[in-house]
Design a protein around this ligand. Structure first.
Ligand code: F6R
Length: 607
């Protein structure tokens, strides 16, 4: 979603701002812009990719040692240069970039227009710029501070003004903002990944805090301008994370990282002697863990699908009842929740607005919250009562791959941990740990299906409609396979429980609608085979993903991808790889922008 970078120092701002903005490119955007302060405000904006902004700035460079820039993901107003940020307030007294949504912008706009301010865009952000300009006298920080109480909604802001050269002011409510501390230079960004290599230390702003940056000073204060307690973190950054290496796309690189991602998710968490797992950050003691009698998992998108797998894992290994809720729905419901229920939020980014709001609402009601999250320092990681990090490394491709694998791995460990406090025997716990430890090698083996999947993609990439069918542990994988295909290839696809087909969706089946059957190695095998026959009888082409030991299914389907045979609860992990590769190759053949699919954002920070 939208990205912000700000800089103040002694160096030229433009190259630093552009480099930071390029690091946020993966988050999804449709236009971009940059402003520097050099006696007055200079602004360049374009629609489309950052390459277009880079070209514009190459032809018409901007001088100045401080500035702000932005990638916009349209919410209010279409994708035009005029709607791209930064927006100027007054007669160029301030420039503002903004992430989030100002809900009362219409009312503010009318008030500001009545005062004579002229609007040039359709955005909610421009009201902030004029509002700050209307309140500006001899102190930029004060003007921003006074503007904030008028804004209803969410924001991360960066503001500069030629009347206050070298000062960058930031403010946050509900949208992330992080300050990067350098040597005689300071930075501001909506995501710490923009700051890697520039700042070694960072401070995450809390809601309702402001920051004031100059080249030699940084200050974080509360809304009333009293100074706030802050914690300075070291920024972990590995240049390789931002590099595609030998891969054509980040998504493919991340698919290939998955064996290592499982190893990292397990590292330091196995207690082999006691046949269980242990976690440092849950902040629940054995008595509290033993008292949990219900789990509600809440998430969005791919993370929601991981939660659906978690439901099976917790019920099978820990015998704890589980409910899985879309965070966007859960946040507005008011279900009765008993005292010993924990709320588990699952999120790669740690910034998804709906998941954050659902967890906040649960916390407000006194419920204990746990976060399963990839991004250290993210809002959810900081706000939950306890949590587990995925350690998957930055995920750049918009379609989630390795984070999903890490989520399922961590959920399996958690299920074992809770199970061992209940009915799960030492022997069963030990067997699961052994099986999990074998998974990195098994995933390496699974990746060998790549060429075969590419050939299948070649055969089916013209199909505009596909069905993904699975049962039990593989039903969430059917949803996930369909979601990944939709996201990156723009092909329509639906995931269903295989037996549900005859209740309606089977009407879609014809010779142009391939079905991807996820064939389990489990007690429902025969049932799935009957469902498969039902599709076959209606002339629908069938691609099966089945375990290597299955010699029966091949004769019944048009195409088959064999994956290593693993116990049922691990089948989502081996099935994920051919599903990801199938979507990847179909998207590639259809000429799609795989790492930055249209209309999508890596982290969805608005409702
Ligand atoms: C799909 C995808 C999205 C995210 C969803 C939640 O590949 O990436 O569906 O899973 O936006 O994001 P997080 O996990 O960051 O909360």
């Amino acid at each position: 979603m939208c990205g912000i970078v700000g800089f103040t120092g002694r160096r030229e701002a433009q190259p630093i701002l552009l480099e930071g903005l390029a690091r946020l490119e993966y988050r999804g955007y449709d236009s971009s812009g940059l402003a520097t302060v050099n006696g007055k405000l200079y602004v360049r904006k374009t629609v489309g990719r950052i390459a277009a902004l880079r070209k514009l700035l190459g032809d018409h460079p901007l001088k100045g040692n401080s500035g702000i820039c932005h990638t916009r993901w349209a919410t209010h107003g279409t994708v035009t240069e005029a709607n791209a940020h930064p927006h100027l307030g007054g007669k160029g007294e301030v420039a503002v970039v903004h992430n989030g949504v100002i809900e009362n912008y219409d009312e503010l706009k009318r008030q500001l227009e009545a005062q004579g301010f002229q609007f040039k865009s359709q955005t909610d952000t421009e009201v902030i710029a004029h509002l700050v300009a209307s309140l500006l006298s001899d102190d930029l920080v004060d003007a921003v501070r006074k503007a904030l109480p008028h804004l209803k909604g969410t924001y991360a802001l960066a503001v500069v003004s030629p009347r206050f050269p070298g000062i960058v002011v930031g403010a946050r409510l509900g949208s992330p903002l992080v300050v990067g501390l350098g040597d005689h230079e300071n930075f501001l960004a909506s995501d710490a990944s923009a700051l890697g290599g520039f700042a070694q230390r960072v401070v995450y702003l809390e809601d309702r805090q402001l920051c004031v940056l100059t080249p030699d000073k940084w200050e974080i204060c509360a809304a009333d301008r009293t100074s706030a307690d802050v914690e300075v973190h070291t920024l972990e950054w590995d240049a390789q994370d931002a590099d595609k290496a030998e891969f054509e796309h980040f998504m493919l690189k991340e698919i290939y990282e998955q064996p290592e991602v499982i190893r990292r998710a397990l590292a330091g968490r196995l207690n082999v002697a006691e046949a269980t797992a242990h976690f440092d950050g849950l902040n629940l003691d054995a008595r509290q863990l033993g008292q949990i009698d219900r789990i509600i998992m809440t998430a969005c998108g791919t993370s929601y699908h991981a939660a659906l797998i978690g439901e099976h894992l917790f019920e099978q290994f820990a015998r704890i009842p589980v409910e899985v809720e879309y965070a966007s729905e859960f946040r507005y419901r008011n279900p009765p929740i008993e005292k010993n229920t924990i709320i588990v939020g699952i999120t790669q980014s740690g910034e998804t607005a709906d998941t954050l709001a659902a967890l906040r609402e649960s916390k407000r009601k006194g419920q204990r919250t746990i976060g399963i999250c990839n991004v250290v320092g993210s809002s959810i990681a900081r706000e939950v009562d306890g949590g587990v990090f995925l350690h998957a490394g930055p995920e750049i491709g918009v379609a989630s791959t390795k984070a999903f694998i890490a989520q399922v791995t961590v959920l399996t460990l958690l299920a074992v941990h809770l199970g061992r406090m209940r009915h799960l025997s030492h022997q069963a716990g030990g067997r699961i740990l052994d099986e999990l430890q074998a998974m990195p090698d098994i995933l390496r083996e699974t990746l060998k299906c790549h060429d075969q999947v590419a050939a299948i993609a070649d055969k089916y990439h013209h199909a505009t409609n596909m069905l993904y069918l699975g049962r039990q542990y593989l039903f969430p994988m059917a949803l996930e396979g369909a979601l990944t295909l939709k996201e990156i290839s723009y092909n329509h696809a639906e995931g269903y429980p295989a037996a549900e087909m005859k209740h309606g969706p089977i009407a879609l089946v014809d010779e142009n609608t391939p079905s991807v059957f996820l064939v389990p190695h489990s007690s429902v095998y025969d049932k799935v085979m009957s469902n498969l026959e039902e599709i076959k009888a209606r002339g629908g082409p069938i691609i099966a993903i089945a375990c290597a030991a299955d010699t029966h299914v091949e004769a019944k389907v048009d195409d088959i991808i064999h994956v290593p045979s693993v116990p049922e609860y691990l089948q989502p992990l081996v099935t994920a790889i051919p599903l990801q590769l199938l979507a990847y190759h179909i998207a590639l053949l259809r000429g799609c922008d795989i790492d930055k699919p249209r209309n999508l954002a890596k982290s969805v920070t608005v409702e």
